[in-house]
Design a protein around this ligand. Structure first.
Ligand code: ASP
Ligand code: MG
Length: 403
């Protein structure tokens, strides 16, 4: 029988009414004669609440207990959902990840699914049951509960689709799909019908919060098409796929922007081999993620300036690490808190020359100053002042005819 995996996010199961609605959605798929596997998140707000509680217990909460605690939110949602389906007369039950089992590798709070035992679920599916599986978790080789990172139910759904060779994996959420840009920043943003994994990966990791970035990677590696759609309104969503985009001559698929970035410039650093490594070594040791980097060519061959960006949360620590770094010398350090990275993303740019120019020209016309630039094969990012983010998005949306 054809198998379909359905994932429901926190807001989709965020209240008793929502859970009743979700039960109906599940049954609409069941009535098509499919085998249904459901992965559910915790009701919205629950995971955050559990995190707050852990902080009240200890600022050094045991990691294994932390995952055990966080995983309880999904248990509650799954029991409610399964019980609702039973109430409606259907065979359903909740499955904790350890009962299946869903096995994980890696560290607590950030594990990845390595294997899913199929025997018990296959038997249950054959009997016509609808398994409601706790997302976001599994058990590790110590038989302890381990979680998959925030938003990890996406990963659960994708790996279930992989192991059960599902014909469809639908991610139900509170938005209608993936948009060309954040509708809160640009009201004319359009829903995207089809997007490539690589584009989605860029969008997700650049701040478009529709899906957990690592699970998009899982989907890509395993060639699993994903449909993202709303559990609130019944409308066509977005397909994330590797299928050729027939009839599309769209060059740029999406525009994303970040908040809470900071730019640091170190002025008058010695220009000799090993300096950049000396600057970034302590940052990496302290797990500070450096994003964009530019180094000026030194005019006199002796000194240069180095600019890079980090998350604003890390600014204080970074400044301290640089000041205390005995391996480097410099004249001055300056920083800017109010910056934003705006990126255009699209596989179309691989085959279309002149995109960089068009982007810079469009921003220049609006008198938006570009501070730092970085590019990849399918993405161009510019760092600009925070106050221009909305204008930049609107300008680029128009320039690349994304409406
Ligand atoms: N409940 C978890 C979280 O809030 C996992 C999920 O929602 O996918 O991050
Ligand atoms: Mg969530």
């Amino acid at each position: 029988m054809k198998t379909v995996v359905l994932k429901f996010g926190g807001t989709s199961v965020g209240s008793i009414d929502r859970i009743k609605k979700v039960a109906k959605i599940i049954l609409s798929h069941k009535k098509k004669g499919k085998s249904i596997i459901v992965a559910s998140s915790a009701m919205s707000g629950i995971t955050n609440d559990l995190i707050s509680k852990s902080k009240l217990i200890s600022d050094n909460f045991d990691k294994a207990e932390y995952d055990t605690l966080l995983a309880t939110g999904e248990q509650m949602a799954c029991a409610l959902l399964a019980a609702r389906l039973r109430h409606l007369g259907y065979l359903s039950r909740s499955w904790m990840s350890w009962q299946i089992p869903i096995l994980t590798d890696g560290h607590y709070t950030n594990s990845r699914i390595s294997k899913i035992g199929k025997g018990k679920l296959i038997k249950y599916l054959k009997s016509g049951g609808i398994p409601i599986i706790t997302g976001f978790q599994g058990i590790n080789n110590r038989e302890r509960i381990s979680t998959l990172g925030r938003g990890g139910t996406d990963a659960s759904a994708i790996m279930l689709a992989k192991f059960f060779k599902a014909e469809e994996c639908i991610i139900y959420t509170d938005v209608e799909g993936v948009y060309t840009t954040d509708p809160r920043l640009f009201s004319k943003a359009k829903k995207i019908k089809k997007i490539y994994y690589d584009e989605m990966l860029e969008m997700a990791s650049l701040g478009s919060k529709v899906m957990q970035p690592t699970s998009v990677q899982d989907a890509k590696l395993n060639n699993i098409d994903i449909k993202v759609k709303s559990s609130f309104v019944n409308k066509k969503g977005t397909l994330i796929t590797n299928q050729k985009k027939i009839f599309s001559n769209q060059i740029i698929t999406g525009i994303s922007s970040t908040k809470n970035d900071s730019k640091i410039t170190i002025i008058g650093v010695k220009d000799k081999p090993g300096v950049a490594a000396s600057i970034f070594r302590p940052l990496s040791q302290n797990l500070i993620n450096v994003d964009m980097v530019v180094q000026n060519i030194s005019l006199n061959g002796k000194e240069t300036d180095l600019t890079f960006t980090i998350k604003s949360d890390d600014l204080k620590k970074t400044k301290k690490l640089i000041k205390n770094n005995k391996d480097i010398s410099f004249r001055k350090i300056s920083y800017d808190n109010d910056v934003s990275k705006v990126s255009i993303i699209g596989v179309g740019m691989i085959t279309t020359p002149g995109i960089t120019y068009r982007m810079f020209q469009a921003l220049a016309k609006k008198k938006i100053n570009i501070m730092v630039i970085s590019t990849s094969e399918i993405k161009i990012s510019v760092l600009i002042s925070n106050k221009h983010t909305k204008k930049a998005i609107a300008t680029l949306h128009k320039e690349f005819k994304m409406g």
